[in-house]
Design a protein around this ligand. Structure first.
Ligand code: NAD
Length: 466
């Protein structure tokens, strides 16, 4: 038996953040991980996916270089180099993995490699040893969902696990993406920009990001994808995939009728499910709901077993690495006997790293109206923004939802660098700032951020360029 102040089960963003934060507060920590520290986010999620999106962006930029006054030699056309893009991506992942491993070591976190399970007394059993903590944090993450008829083989029928770790020597020529949520939209964007014939099949009414962002903003992304060549089918019911010698037949029904397409690869991106089987939850008295999520008190993140906390994708909160980080801080502070404010899940930052990027915090217009607020909405397109023109990135808009004569309720962006521009709006929404107040603050000229300032000013009833 080895005793620690804290034992963390799962080494993804939730787990390693909890371990690092607890160690920085002076706690002795063991971190149990069966694969590599970094989890889905680092090895088959956020980081590799964004590296591939960046490769697609560079290809798009170089392909349009002539529009910016940069000529390629006659007869030279840029081509995607899929192995090189993947090698670069893997280099970034490995560098971050080394950095994280080193950081855990410097903070004296005992990283134990193996499959850990909670035991009846709340300890963690791993590799024949028992780690006992004054507290335990469960953060075993999630895996991609699949359904009968779409059996994943990792070659022809893949999930984001495989798409982020491609060892193929070239891109598939034709891809069907099943599910138009965050992962589906990001990969549709990558493939489309790398000249892969891409078909997006989404079950719900809207084909791209049907749940989550404000419709106006998601529609800009959908229009852009269509314009660049993505075929999008909404309300699509995908049938059983048929393997042929050359590819896969994907049958699907939409309100317009039945169709079949042949593709080289199918990406199944229909959501993720929590990993809570075989972690000893039942033995330890940790309640898991019927969908497999660990039940927690949303304020303390403590499970039904005192002293055992749960964070990240195994809990039914937004499945985002940065939410797991925030939850790690709350759980560790609780363990330290402090009384931190809970995570405000309704106001977390959301970013979809497509081209153009989509980002938001707070309520959409529809959600604000449904909640009964007297809502005022102002929008400002990127089309008239000088910086956007200079970048050649005029597709985009700022949309702000506020309470009449009151604070911001929601902040929505689509366009270049929305991922980075978001945080001003995120702060404003979380500080319940008044749009007029933010509009008084100066935004540098020329900048994409000016579109945010302009939109805020519009709430005063006056405007500059808007
Ligand atoms: P998702 O829930 O975002 O989207 C799944 C989509 O698939 C939904 O639109 C759903 O209607 C559709 N769908 C479900 N079954 C279907 C079917 N049989 N046929 C057609 N469509 C179907 O899930 P995801 O995109 O797989 O992402 C999973 C998780 O990963 C999410 O929690 C997400 O937050 C997280 N993630 C976040 C980011 C980011 O923040 N940038 C990036 C990638 C993943």
């Amino acid at each position: 038996m080895t005793d620690y102040d804290l034992v963390v089960l799962g080494g993804g963003p939730g787990g390693y953040a909890a371990a690092l934060y607890a160690a920085s507060a002076g706690l002795s920590v063991a971190l149990v991980e069966q694969e590599k520290v970094g989890g889905t986010c680092l090895h088959r999620g956020c980081i590799p996916a964004k590296a591939l999106l960046h490769a697609a962006e560079v290809f798009r930029t170089v392909s349009h270089a002539a529009e910016h006054g940069v000529k390629l030699p006659p007869g030279v056309t840029p081509e995607p180099d899929w192995p090189a893009a993947n090698t670069r991506k893997t280099g970034i992942v490995n560098q971050l993995h080394r950095g994280l491993s080193g950081l855990l070591k410097r903070r004296k976190v005992a990283v134990v490699n193996g499959h850990g399970r909670l035991t009846a007394d709340g300890s963690v059993a791993v590799q024949g040893q028992t780690l006992r903590g004054r507290a335990t944090i469960l953060c075993t993450g999630s895996v991609p969902r699949s359904i009968p008829g779409m059996e994943v083989d990792g070659v022809r029928v893949v999930t984001s696990d495989h798409a982020t770790n491609s060892e193929a020597d070239r891109l598939p020529e034709r891809v069907a993406v099943v599910g138009g949520g965050v992962i589906g939209a990001e990969f549709a964007s990558v493939y489309t920009d790398l000249d892969v014939r891409t078909t997006l099949l989404e079950a719900l009414e809207h084909g791209v990001l049907p749940i989550g962002p404000d419709r106006d903003v998601a529609d800009v992304l959908a229009r852009s994808l269509r314009k660049r060549g993505t075929t999008i089918h909404a309300q699509a019911r995908v049938g059983t995939l048929e393997h042929t010698g050359d590819g896969i037949i994907v049958p699907f029904d939409t309100p317009k009728g039945s169709e079949k397409i042949e593709v080289d690869q199918v990406l199944v991106s229909i959501g993720r499910r929590p990993v809570t089987e075989d972690v000893g939850a039942e033995e330890a008295g940790v309640r898991v709901d019927e969908r497999g999520f660990v039940e927690v008190d949303p304020t303390t993140l403590q499970t039904s077993r005192p002293g055992v906390y749960a964070i990240g994708d195994c809990v039914n909160t937004p499945g985002l690495a940065h939410v797991a980080y925030a939850e790690a801080v709350v759980a560790v502070e609780r363990i330290l006997g402090e009384d931190p404010p809970p995570v405000d899940y309704a106001k977390v930052p959301w970013v979809v790293y497509t081209h153009p990027e989509v980002a938001w915090a707070g309520l959409t217009e529809a959600e604000a109206r449904a909640a009964g607020y007297d809502v005022v909405v102002h929008k400002h397109p990127f089309a008239g923004n000088g910086r956007a023109m200079i970048l050649g990135e005029t597709e985009g808009m700022v949309k702000i939802v506020a309470q009449r004569d009151g604070p911001l309720l929601g902040f929505h962006l689509v366009g270049a660098w929305a991922s980075e521009l978001l945080h001003e709006g995120y702060l404003a929404v979380n500080w319940e700032a008044l749009p007029d107040e933010v509009g008084r603050l100066i935004h540098a000229h020329p900048s994409l951020s000016e579109a945010i300032g302009e939109t805020m000013i519009t709430f005063s009833g006056r405007s500059l360029h808007g």
